[in-house]
Write a protein of this length. Structure first.
Length: 477
């Protein structure tokens, strides 16, 4: 059962019980008060009639005969009735007098009501009781009167049917009021139930949207009550979920970037490894040449092993504090040239190395990865000649890669270091490019406190360089 239905049913049950109980108590108390008032009025009327009867009998005590009380009493009541006294002449009120033998000696009842006063406890001073006579309800008051040595019993009957009719009318009127109130109550309870459960419904819709992936979904808070506090906590929870999802998405993207970058970085080294292995397999090389080829294969294998961990730190953990070593720049560039030789021979590309001796502080694996990416991009640009240079400048040691390929449009120079961005997408796809090389190279340059600088003329070629600080402030001679 939905919360709306629960609130509605509970409210209607409470309202119905409250109205029924209050109506019952109201009618019952009103009826009791009315009956008590009528009973008191009947008692007062009884005392009044008793007083008048005793006074009249006292005035005519000489005429009273023990064996004949009927005539004096009838005379007394006739005389009193002629005076239009209350209780004696009003309709619906009756009087009956019984002798000491419990037999009726005078009665104004329209017919014999069949009273037997022996059924009452006559030891009580005054007895009052509510009974039905015919089709009406009366308050009966019975008491003993002793006057001039004679004992009689006076019974008065006061009609209280109006009180009973009033009660029935109150019940009918209250029934009408009850159902009208319940009708309005149903409407109001439905409105209030909708207002109370509205925020919960909105929260449920928001939760469903978040479950569908819309993590930016938030609730509007309009109050400071419990629902407002719950909405604020829901928004806080949604923000936390969004942050966690963003962290997980970022972690997943970093891992994907690592896999993509590592797969990308495997291409050139594997080409060199395969080229040197093929050279050993296809040709009869001298022992020295064989050792050199095997050395390059081992060097690339070890570098790839180290590079996998460094790429994990760089791409997944965003590490920046790599340990930089002091290395001779010319030997580093010469090593890169030897690694590239099989790739460039396979592509029929001329290669020149122009270096000046100097010592620079770098991470060997990362800088080699950077330069291999620059040469690889030159190859993909359709270059016929590539020049790798290293020269001392006033500000440090500049390493550059120049080609005579297709060049880069001026309006795209600012975006070429973005991950997965490719200037010529059709050519890059044919050459299995993914647009990752320059993005990774840019990160490596930042780790070394430098940045990639591009000079390109479309249709003539491109030069990419970075400036590294010199160790010792000069050359390594």
């Amino acid at each position: 059962m939905k919360l709306f239905a629960k609130i509605f049913l509970c409210a209607m049950i409470v309202l119905s019980v409250a109205l029924s109980l209050s109506g019952y108590l109201l009618i019952t108390l009103s009826y009791k008060n009315a009956v008590d008032q009528e009973t008191q009025r009947a008692m007062d009327q009884y005392q009044y009639i008793k007083f008048l009867l005793q006074g009249d009998l006292l005035n005519r005590r000489d005429q009273i005969n023990k064996n004949n009380l009927s005539d004096p009493i009838s005379t007394s009541f006739s005389k009193l009735a002629g005076q239009n006294l209350p209780g004696l002449s009003s309709g619906g009120n009756y009087i009956s007098v019984f002798g000491e033998d419990k037999m009726s000696i005078y009665s104004t009842f329209p017919s014999n009501p069949g009273f037997n006063i022996s059924n009452y406890d006559l030891n009580q001073k005054i007895i009052n009781k509510i009974e039905q006579i015919g089709d009406r309800i009366y308050v009966l008051v019975l008491g003993k009167i002793t006057q001039s040595g004679q004992t009689v019993y006076l019974l008065t009957a006061t009609d209280i049917q109006a009180v009973i009719d009033q009660k029935e009318e109150m019940i009918q009127n209250y029934g009408t009021i009850y159902f009208v109130t319940i009708g309005f109550g149903i409407i109001l309870v439905m409105i209030f139930s909708a207002l109370l459960t509205g925020p919960i419904r909105k929260m449920s819709v928001a939760a469903a949207r978040i479950a569908d992936g819309n993590y930016s979904e938030r609730l509007k808070v309009f109050s400071n009550d419990e629902m407002g506090e719950l909405s604020r906590r829901f928004n806080t929870m949604a923000e936390t979920i969004e942050d966690r999802i963003a962290e997980l998405s970022n972690a997943a993207k970093q891992k994907e970037d690592f896999v993509s970058n590592f797969a990308h970085e495997l291409k050139t080294p594997l080409t060199s490894v395969i080229g040197y292995a093929d050279m050993i397999y296809q040709n009869s090389l001298s022992r020295e040449d064989t050792r050199n080829a095997v050395a390059y294969i081992m060097d690339e294998g070890l570098r790839l092993e180290a590079l996998s961990l460094k790429l994990m730190d760089l791409i997944v953990l965003n590490r920046q504090d790599f340990v930089l070593e002091e290395l001779p720049a010319d030997e580093l560039l010469q090593n890169i040239a030897e690694t590239l030789r099989p790739l460039l021979l396979n592509e029929n590309i001329k290669f020149r190395l122009e270096t000046v001796k100097a010592y620079i502080r770098v991470d060997y694996d990362l800088v080699k990865t950077l330069l291999l990416n620059l040469v690889d991009n030159a190859v993909k640009a359709g270059s016929a000649e590539i020049i790798l240079t290293g020269e001392i400048t006033a500000n440090g040691y500049r390493i550059g890669a120049s080609d005579n390929g297709c060049g880069i449009p001026a309006d795209e120079l600012d975006r070429i270091t973005e991950a997965f961005y490719m200037v010529d997408k059709s050519r890059s796809r044919k050459q299995h490019g993914a647009g990752l090389g320059l993005s990774l190279a840019s990160k490596i340059a930042q780790i070394h406190g430098s940045r990639l600088e591009f000079v390109s003329v479309q249709g003539k070629g491109t030069t990419v360089s970075l400036l590294l600080p010199l160790e010792g402030g000069g050359s390594g001679d």
